[in-house]
Design a protein around this ligand. Structure first.
Ligand code: DGY
Length: 322
């Protein structure tokens, strides 16, 4: 049997490239060049599999131009770059990397919450700018984290991991809203209480967004939702930028409708809506919630395993279309 041909869209762990070379003809991109969609399609000619990083749109146009493609593996849990219906119609098995990044991403979500509520980056900028004169009672007062109410919108694996940290580590009251309610056992394990979306928005001292970006969730947090939140609340987004209407968010932060926001994801990333860059009460990070060496290695290994499984005639380990 001839060896499958695969394309790795961006730089990944070299050991995983070597692993794939054992059974496939591999074209890699260890120089990490950003290919245009046109260039990506050109590189994909004659390839059976694509290992993607979650930022390459895999849509009907790409699939029509690459009829040999059988498998596409994202090395991310989010797969809003996939047109799942088009992939299914084209008979291409698509996969993502759930589980392996759950705890690391939850750690980061909590770190961002802490940095935002306790004004950590603002404090550092203040100090580095030489503005710190002396200890002052009113200096950089933040919002309490322990014992406060955490709202989680989207209660998948990462939401649950954040809930456990909050309830068990910080004595927080945890409320959540999700498409479907968790089992009683899971709710008990997470010490989380299900509420409707409006109650979540009204009651949260800190609201963490952990839901996938789908057409239904686009701008699910806009001006109307922000108006329901407490003016003292913080908003943390580690999901996808398109979940939040950034124009409305900037307005809420400017007018004191919301105390602060911590954002790891942006609608037009890597471009940042300029209003966000001007605000002191926003912590901004470049989509790094899963970025530890150990977790990134697990993510690309799982993506490679998914790709190989399909190219060897087996189902993907973690498919998104079946
Ligand atoms: C994911 O896996 O979807 C993350 O956003 C990438 O770090």
């Amino acid at each position: 049997m001839s060896r499958p041909h695969i394309l790795i869209a961006r730089a990944i762990a070299p050991q995983v490239v070597d692993f794939l070379r054992q059974s496939c003809e591999v074209q890699d991109n260890q120089a990490d060049i950003h290919w245009s969609q046109e260039a990506l399609i050109a590189q994909l000619q004659g390839k059976d599999g694509l290992l993607a990083t979650g930022i390459q749109p895999v849509d009907a146009a790409l699939l029509a131009a690459c009829p040999q493609l059988k498998a596409v593996a994202n090395m991310t849990v989010g797969y809003n770059n996939f047109d799942v219906a088009a992939l299914t119609a084209a008979g291409v098995q698509a996969s993502n990397t759930p589980d392996v990044l759950t705890e690391t991403t939850a750690d980061f979500g909590f770190a961002l919450l802490m940095a935002t509520a306790r004004r950590i980056t603002e404090g550092e900028h203040f100090l580095r700018a030489g503005k710190w004169q002396e200890w002052q009672y009113h200096m950089l007062l933040g919002t309490e984290v322990h014992g406060s109410t955490l709202g989680i919108l989207g209660m998948g694996r990462i939401g649950q991991a954040i809930a456990r940290r909050a309830a068990k580590g910080f004595g927080m009251r945890v409320l959540y809203h999700n498409r479907s309610r968790l089992s009683e056992a899971l709710e008990a394990d997470c010490q989380a209480q299900y509420v409707d979306k409006e109650s979540l928005l009204r009651q949260a001292d800190h609201l963490v967004l952990v839901l996938p970006l789908t057409p239904e969730n686009y701008h699910t947090i806009g001006a109307a939702e922000l108006a329901l939140m407490r003016p003292s609340a913080t908003l943390i987004n580690i999901a996808r930028g398109g979940i939040v209407d950034e124009v409305a968010l900037v307005q809420a932060l400017q007018t004191g409708r919301l105390a602060a926001a911590g954002l790891d994801v942006f609608e037009g990333e890597p471009q940042i809506y300029p209003g966000l860059l001007q605000l002191p009460n926003v912590v901004l990070t470049p989509h790094i919630a899963s970025a530890t060496a150990a977790t990134r290695l697990k993510m690309c290994q799982l993506a490679a395993d998914n790709l190989l499984a399909v190219l060897q005639g087996k189902p993907a380990l973690t498919p998104v279309n079946t």
